[in-house]
Design a protein around this ligand. Structure first.
Ligand code: ATP
Ligand code: MG
Length: 331
């Protein structure tokens, strides 16, 4: 018998458990040798136990090979930010790809945003030296910039993309973005088979809307990556479609970009596409390329033929769509 991979499953709050169950059903149907263990976290757990992220959940995630995460509610910062930090997940990969059959602004969109996840504006801290005056510190290191740039180039090669765009604001953030860009250029030299360009974040925001096909892999710092990946999600038809991966030195964590969607939670109608595409990313990460391709193709086929949930105009519920994806796995 082949090796069993230990996968920690954290459904969390709101629609999190529902879309995660759909993704699990698809993973099980692929026949990949996974052993799933369920763990608690989120607002519900906080209410029941007094902690949002119990030690048992953290330990379970740490000893797994990968984590499948749903969504966390008001306590998200205590759960997902902490998990990313504990798992040393310094890279956040957010694909945005338009699918036939899904109403969207820019059907040409097919890009991956590789966002630095360990520093930037999120970890430098803020201060309020006097009332009415506050400061924020942006930390950019060569070490973190170089490793995220390498990650972007490696991803480009693995996924067959031909270009990496480093996104910055060096005309204003002269010191920090010089460190970032110099590290990116060093990485670019190691991957001469991939084209490399640099672009200012403001111009990228406009070009992404006007001509998204200009972009393949984008590598950028934490805050710019956060903003641009939501912009990219908007181009392809919204949050219900977007998976993400958090990668680094520990187990990888996969989560839909959307949140708990409290307005539709508990009704079995959440769109499981993002969660199922997370499952495909997880398969790819653990080396099951053929199975990942099969899941993505099955999702694309369902979307193209309207076998979707109500938010996309389809007739199916969450598990109904999962079932439709499963039925197409062999095609
Ligand atoms: P949170 O604070 O957890 O992010 P939120 O209220 O911001 O919660 P989101 O999950 O970010 O909610 O969703 C924003 C909107 O998109 C909601 O109207 C929600 O119903 C819709 N939405 C999000 N995810 C899905 C999904 N998987 N299927 C269908 N609709 C969704
Ligand atoms: Mg939200």
């Amino acid at each position: 018998m082949s090796k069993q991979h230990e996968i920690a499953v954290i459904g969390g709050d709101g629609v999190g458990p529902e879309v995660t169950e759909a993704a699990l059903a698809v993973l099980e149907a692929t026949g990949a040798p996974f052993n799933f263990t369920h763990y608690q976290a989120g607002d519900g757990t906080l209410e029941a136990t007094g902690v949002a992220l119990p030690q048992e959940t953290l330990d379970g995630a740490m000893k797994s090979e990968a984590v499948l995460f749903g969504a966390a509610g008001a306590c998200a910062a205590q759960v997902i930010l902490r998990l990313r930090a504990e798992l040393k997940a310094w890279a956040n990969l957010r694909p945005s790809k338009a699918y036939q059959g899904v109403p969207c602004l820019r059907p040409e969109t097919d890009m991956m945003i590789v966002r630095e996840n360990s520093e930037g504006m999120y970890f430098g801290g803020e201060d309020e030296p006097e009332p009415g005056k506050a400061t924020a510190t942006r930390i950019i290191t060569d070490h973190a910039s170089y490793r995220i740039a390498r990650c972007a180039f490696e991803f480009a090669i693995q996924a067959g993309y031909g270009k990496v765009t480093a996104v910055h604001k060096v005309n204003v953030l002269k010191k920090t973005d010089t460190v970032f860009l110099e590290a990116c250029r060093r990485a670019a030299k190691e991957f001469p088979q991939v084209a490399y360009e640099e672009a200012l974040v403001d111009s990228v925001a406009m070009r992404m809307v006007l001509k998204p096909e200009d972009f393949q892999v984008i590598v950028t710092t934490n805050l710019f990556g956060d903003i641009l990946s939501d912009l990219a999600a908007g181009l392809i038809g919204g949050l219900g479609m977007c998976p993400s991966a958090n990668l680094g030195d520990g187990p990888a964590l996969f989560e839909p970009v959307h949140g708990t969607a409290p307005d539709i939670a508990g009704q079995g109608k959440a769109n499981p596409t993002a969660a199922i595409l997370c499952a495909a990313m997880l398969l790819r990460h653990l080396g099951y390329t053929d199975k990942a391709d099969a899941v993505e193709a099955a999702v694309a086929a369902c979307l193209a033929q309207g076998q979707t949930t109500g938010d996309l105009g389809g007739p199916l519920g969450t598990m109904g769509m999962a079932q439709a994806v499963i039925e197409r796995l062999g095609e």
